[in-house]
Design a protein around this ligand. Sequence first.
Ligand code: ADP
Ligand code: ZN
Ligand code: ZN
Length: 727
Amino acid sequence: MKYADVIIDISHEKVDRSFQYIIPDRLEGIIGTGDCVNIPFGKGNSMRTGYVTAISDKCDFDESRLKSIVSRCEDINTIEADYVRLAAWIRDTYGSTMIAALKTVLPIKKTVKSLEKKKIVRLLEPDEIRSLYHESIRKKHSAKARLLYELITEEILPYELVTGKLNVSGQTIGSLQKDGVLKTESVSIYRNPVTLEDRSEVRVSLSDEQLKICDHINNNPGRYLIHGITGSGKTEVYLDLIENTIRAGRQCIMLIPEIALTYQTLMRFYKRFGDRVSVINSTLTAGERYDQCQRAKNGDIDVIIGPRSALFVPFKDLGLVIIDEEHENTYISEQNPRYHARDVAEKLCELRNATLVLGSATPSMEAYYLAQQGYYKLFKLTKRLTGGKLPDTVIVDMRKELRDGNKLMLSRLLQDKIRDRLNKKEQTMLFLNRRGYSGFLNCRMCGHVIKCPHCDVSLSRHNDNMLRCHYCGYETPEIKTCPECGSGHIRALRVGTQQVEECLGKLFPDARILRMDADTTRQKDSYEKILGAFANGDADILVGTQMIVKGHDFSNVTLVGAILADLSLNESDFKTGERTFQLLVQAIGRAGRGSIPGEAIIQTYKPDHYSIVYASGQDYEAFYKEEIMYRDICSYPPVGNMVHVLVSSDDPRRALGLATALKKRAVDKTSVIGPAPDGVFKINDHYRYGIYIKGKDKKSVEKARFEMEEFLRTAPLKNENVIFDVL
Ligand code: ADP
Ligand code: ZN
Ligand code: ZN
C-alpha cells in the first residue's frame, strides 16, 4: 500500500499542513509528486483538489481513519503543480525537507496598504537644465549636478530613485523646487518599485554577431550560454530576446546579481518595456514582493528583474529565463535548501517549456563544461562595441621587489603609474581580492596570536583601535601587552585596505583617496555613496576589496592595480583558481572603459600561476583548458560530483562522532574524505567537521547523501547541526 501527503492550499503559510491519503491500487504508479488530485475533505467529505507533496510506503496515522484519493485531476499542467514538482526536485537535489523546499518556491503572503508615490517633474527646458548642470559642476555641487544631469533627458523621475540610487538629499530637491527648476508630485500607484513615464529610447541596431545570436535563440527554444566580454553587447541581446518573447505572448525572468543592477542598466529595461517590467530587490518588503508575484499572476507585467528568488515569480506562460553574470556566487542560496539558481532555472525551464540563456564574461566551469558537452549551445561575443580596447596588463613579481629592498605594498612600477595618472588627472582603482585581511596582532616575543574567544580565527586590528572578529562580530579594545608573556612587543601584521590607504597617503600626500570595504560600507546606501562620489570625480584613487570590481562603469579610470593577487589563491578549496581568474579578469576590465586606453598591474608572489597568467592575457579558453584538466584528475566538479557535509556542535566530540557515523553511511563507488576540521574549526562557539563525498557517478553520490539523510531522520541528536552542500 502506498500513501500520499497532500496539501489543500498552495501557499507559503499552509505548506506545513499536509494530510495523508491512501493511494488506491488502481492509481498506484499513476500518481506522482506534484500531481493535482481529487480528495474527500473535512467532516462532510466535500470534494476538494489538493497537490501531492510526497509519496511513502509508511502510514503515519491510524490507517482505518485514512481516506482514499478519488482520482487524479486531468488538468495537471497548472503553475501550482509545476511549483510543487520544482520543490520536489529541489529537495531531491539539494537535501532538506519538502516543506523547506515549498517555502522556497512559494511567496510569503503579505499585503500592504496602497502607497503614495512621489515623483519629480522637470519644469524647465532641457537646454536650461543643461546650463544649470554646468553651473553646478563649476560650483562643485555634485549632488545637484547628478540630479540635473538626469533631468536633461528625463522629464519625470521617481522621487525615491533620486534620493536612493542618485543619492540626492531632500534638501537639495527642495532648493531646486524653490528655484522653479522642478516640482514634486504625489501619485497613488500600484506598488511598483520604480515607475517611469518617459520612454524615449535610442535604439542601436544590432551587430552581425548579436543578430546571429538573437535569430538563433528566437527561433530555437533551448539552453544557451553566451560568453562575451563586458561591454560586448550582451544586455542588448537580452533586450531583444525579451522583446521577442513578449511579442509571442509569453513572459520573462531576468536574474542579475544585485550589485550589478545599476541605475543605467535599470533604465535600459524601463525604457524598452515601460510598466510591463518590474524589479525585485532586497529593499522590497515581503508585501511588495508578494505584490510583484500577484501582478505576474494577473498578467499585469511581462518581465521581472531580480536576484535568485525572482525565479519563483509565477508567470502564466513563462517563455524565457536569463541569468546574467551566471558565474556569480550570489546565485547560490545561503539557506537550506542551498540551491543553485542556474540548476533550478534549468529545471524550471524544462517544466514550463521555456528557453534558458546564461551570460558571462567569465563563465563558471560548470556552465562552460556543459557547453563543451553540447548540453548548452555556446555563443560568443568578442568585440567591445563602443570601441574601447581591453587594457594592457603587466604582472609584477613582488618577491623581486622585496629582494630589491622595496618593502612597501606598492611596487615601484605601480607607484610610477599612479603618479602618472595623478599628473594626468585620470583615476586609479586598487583592489585587494580578499575580504577582511587586515592585520592580526602577534607577539614578537612569544609568538602568541590574539584570537577571538568564540571562533578559531585571529582578531583583526582596525583603525578605530578596536580588534574585531570577522566571523561573529565580537569586538574588544586593542590589547597593548601580550596576555601570554606580558611583553609589550605586540604588533599588527598588516595586509589590508586600510594599510594600502595609509601607504598611498604617505607616497602621495596630495591625492584624494576613497576606501570601500566591509568597514566603510556598513551603513545603508554607503556603497552607492562611495561609488557615486568616485564617479563624480571626487577622488583620484579608489581602494577596496573585491566589491569595487563589479557594477559601475567609470570612464575616467585608466589604471587598475591588484595589490596582492595571491590572496584569493590561498583559500583552501578547489575553486580558488577559478575565483582568482574571474576576479582578476573583472578587475582588469574596469580600466579603459572610456575613450582613453587603460592599463592594469597585477602584483603577486606567484607570477607563474596559471590563473594569474591567463587572467593577465584575458584568455578564458586557455584558463578553462588547464583548470578542467585539474578538475578531471581530482574528480572535482564539474567533471566529478561532490557533496560537502558540514557537521557542527557546541561539543567537539559529538560533532566528530556524528561526522564519523555519517561517513559510514556513504556507500560504495564514492570516496569519502574526512571527517576533518572544516575551514575555520570553531565559529561562534560551535565546532565544525567536514566530510566530502566524491564520485564520478552522480547517482552514487546522490545515493550516499540520501543514506546520510535517512540516518539523520532517526539519529539521536542533541544539538548537532548538519548542512549538505552540493558543489
Ligand atoms: P554587456 O552587457 O555585454 O556589458 P551592453 O549590452 O551593455 O554589453 O553594451 C555595452 C555598450 O555597447 C552599451 O553602451 C551599449 O549601448 C552599446 N552597444 C551594444 N550593442 C550595440 C550595437 N549593436 N551598436 C552600438 N552600440 C551598442
Ligand atoms: Zn607574548
Ligand atoms: Zn568570533
